[in-house]
Design a protein around this ligand. Structure first.
Ligand SMILES: CC(C)(COP(=O)(O)OP(=O)(O)OC[C@H]1O[C@@H](n2cnc3c(N)ncnc32)[C@H](O)[C@@H]1OP(=O)(O)O)[C@@H](O)C(=O)NCCC(=O)NCCS
Length: 173
C-alpha cells in the first residue's frame, strides 16, 4: 500500500478531512488495482490496463488518499468537445463519505477547463449507487443498451452538459 503522505501541487484537500484528491501516478497503481478487484468483481482492470490509460495524453485520472493510502480513484477521457467518465470507485470501507462526489467534480471540472461541452458515461442499470451519484451531479439518462456487459447486464448511457453556467457544481473543498 502506498505510504507517501506528501501533497503535490495538484493536490486538493477535501474539507478538513485530511483526505487529498490528486492526479493518479504510477506509484498509486498497486493500490488502485487492489480496489479495482474489490469493487469490480466480474471484470477488473489490471495494473497494466491502468498503465496504458495513464500513458494516454487524452486521459485524466485522479486518486483520493486518506492518511497516505489510496482509497478511491476515477478517470476521464477528454477530447474536446467530448469527454467520457471511464471509471470511478471507492474502497468499501470509505464509501458513503462523499469521496466519489469530490473526485467526479474534479474530473468534470477538468473536462470543462479543457473545453469539453458535455460528458457521457455508461453504467450498469442495476448500479443504483452509481446512478444516484451521477444524477446528483447533473447527469441524465439518454439511452439504454440491452445485454451490454459480458454477463448479459444492461447499460444505461448518461450525459451531463458542461457548457451552461455553473453546470458543474463543486463539492465543498
Ligand atoms: C458508486 C461509488 C463510486 C460511490 O462512491 P461513494 O464515495 O460511496 O459516493 P459518495 O459518498 O460520494 O456519494 C455521493 C452521492 O452518490 C449517491 N450514492 C452513493 N452511494 C449510494 C448508495 N449506496 N445508495 C444510493 N445512493 C448512493 C448519493 O446520491 C450520494 O449523495 P448523498 O450522500 O448526498 O446522498 C461506490 O459505491 C463504488 O465504488 N461502487 C463500486 C464501483 C462502481 O460501481 N463504480 C461506478 C461504475 S459506473
Amino acid at each position: 500500500m502506498s505510504t507517501d503522505a506528501g501533497a503535490s501541487a495538484d493536490s486538493a484537500m477535501i474539507g478538513e478531512t485530511g483526505r487529498l484528491v490528486e492526479p493518479m501516478r504510477w506509484w498509486h497503481l498497486d493500490d488502485v488495482a487492489r480496489i479495482e478487484s474489490e469493487v469490480f468483481l466480474g471484470d477488473p482492470w489490471s495494473v497494466e490496463q491502468f498503465w496504458q490509460e495513464l500513458a494516454q495524453p487524452t486521459r485524466r485520472y485522479v486518486v483520493c488518499r486518506d492518511a497516505g493510502a489510496v482509497v478511491g480513484y476515477g478517470g476521464a477521457y477528454l477530447m474536446p468537445p467530448d469527454s467520457d467518465i471511464q471509471t470511478i470507485a471507492v474502497t468499501p470501507s470509505h464509501q458513503g463519505r462523499g469521496i466519489a462526489r469530490v473526485m467526479l467534480d474534479r474530473l468534470l471540472g477538468d473536462a470543462r477547463a479543457a473545453g469539453c461541452t458535455h460528458t457521457i458515461l455508461e453504467v450498469r442499470s442495476d448500479n443504483a449507487a452509481a446512478i444516484a451519484l451521477y444524477e446528483s451531479r447533473g447527469f441524465a439518462r439518454i439511452s439504454e443498451r440491452r445485454a451490454y456487459y459480458p454477463d448479459g447486464g444492461d447499460a444505461v448511457i448518461m450525459r451531463c452538459r458542461l457548457d451552461g453556467p455553473d453546470r458543474v457544481a463543486q463539492a465543498p473543498a
